[in-house]
Ligand binder design. Structure first.
Ligand SMILES: *Cc1c(COP(=O)(O)O)cnc(C)c1O
Length: 390
């Protein structure tokens, strides 16, 4: 179909919740996307970090297709192999205890919030149900996760929001301790590397003091790794670089390698809080998404993660040399760039013109290449970045 026709259908029939870039994606391979006019782009957006293995990954494609030919969906009334296997992989590699599957990041965090609320409301000594999240956070678009997200606009137009959420300053341990005294929370909810907030890796000392408050006050530490998890930061989970073990880790985006799946991994304190009837999802633990996700988990070997760290070093090293690059933030292949005299949004438009897809994060430029990006594609991307940022 003609690209103008596609844009016209979109404008006429799709609720306008997205301001799209002027690119009609047609097909893709590796880390390269081709649009409807045949123009190629190195993809450093990766469907918002979802396409962790790039496009046309052979093992993933084979696993997904094989499962489609066996059974595409069953209900959680019955057992099935892919989800059980995937949960085992997630538990063994995280050191936590049990998994609950959803279909997206927002739903994963929603589940985490429900676990935390029930944990606090049924606590033996006294009831507590406030959740403290951080400013500049992003946790999803459901009513509860939008409330956890400290975005002022959403807080007004969708009022009344879900009660029981408090927002703390980023990297301010003293204030977090004060708020903890004041509100007696059942949980902290935070992204260790804030994605939408500007790709900011939280201070290690802040995260560790939050974890210490959790230990001493019986507060749950919910770590939202929807964007940062599954190899993106150079370790399977970002918390493995912070020297903490969360009580709940939420995951989505990268584990699906492009299919919708999300969920939470629960630790010792939280793995038996939800019981039959408390929560559910029709498509949760979908066998096709899970079969693909098993390939993603099997790909996350020490050698693969070491490669992710090396790719990150190479890209970050090259960026540091570019004149307009002021400062780099984030971890691994989750890269936030402060630019001199140019906003992230302006850079994105110029990069797109030159054949590279990137996204802004607040005022910054954000790069989220597939973890499997090849050396050749990396070099091509760095050339384009140099043309625009040097
Ligand atoms: C994208 C994102 C979400 C929401 O995920 P959806 O799959 O869009 O619901 C939640 N938390 C973080 C950190 C994210 O980056």
């Amino acid at each position: 179909m003609d690209r103008e026709k596609i844009k016209q259908l979109d404008a006429q029939y799709i609720v306008h919740t997205y301001n799209r870039y002027d690119v009609v994606v047609d097909h893709a391979c590796g880390a390269t996307v081709t649009d409807a006019d045949g123009k190629e782009y190195i993809d450093m957006c990766s469907g918002y970090a979802a396409n962790s293995l790039g496009y046309q990954n052979e093992k993933w494609l084979a696993a997904v297709t094989e499962q489609l030919g066996k059974v595409q969906h069953t209900s959680n009334l019955y057992y099935s192999e892919p989800g059980a296997l995937l949960a085992e992989k997630l538990v063994k590699k995280s050191g936590l205890r049990k998994v609950w599957f959803a279909n997206s990041g927002g739903e994963a965090n929603e589940a985490a919030i429900k676990v935390a609320r029930k944990y606090g409301n049924t606590a033996a000594d006294h009831k507590k149900n406030t959740i403290i999240s951080l400013k500049k956070s992003f946790h999803g678009r459901t009513l509860a996760t939008v409330t956890a997200t400290a975005l002022a606009e959403a807080q007004e137009v969708f009022a009344p929001l879900v009660p029981g959420f408090v927002h703390a300053e980023v990297d301010n341990a003293e204030q977090l301790a004060e708020l903890t005294d004041k509100y007696d929370p059942c949980a902290f909810l935070m992204e260790l590397v804030q994605g939408e907030g500007g790709v900011h890796a939280l201070d290690k000392s802040f995260v560790q003091s939050a974890a210490e408050l959790c230990r001493s006050r019986d507060i749950l530490f919910i770590d939202d790794e929807v964007q940062a998890g599954i190899g993106r930061t150079g370790t399977l989970f970002a918390y493995q670089q912070y020297g903490i073990v969360p009580d709940i880790v939420s995951f989505a985006k990268g584990i699906g390698a492009g299919l919708p799946i999300g969920g939470i991994i629960c630790g010792e304190k939280t793995c038996d809080i939800l019981v039959p009837g408390d929560h559910g999802s029709t498509f949760g633990m979908n066998p096709v998404a899970c079969a693909g996700a098993c390939v993603v988990m099997d790909t996350m070997t020490d050698a693969f993660l070491e490669e992710v760290r090396m790719k990150s070093e190479k890209i970050r090293g090259a960026l540091t040399e570019m004149k307009k690059v002021k400062q780099l933030d984030g971890l691994g292949l989750m890269i936030g760039i402060d630019l001199d005299g140019m906003s992230g949004a302006e850079a994105v438009s110029m990069l797109m013109e030159e054949g590279l897809l990137a996204i802004p994060a607040q005022s910054r430029l954000r790069l989220l290449p597939p973890l499997t990006i090849s050396e050749e594609e990396t070099d091509k991307a760095l050339k384009i970045l140099k043309r625009v940022l040097d």
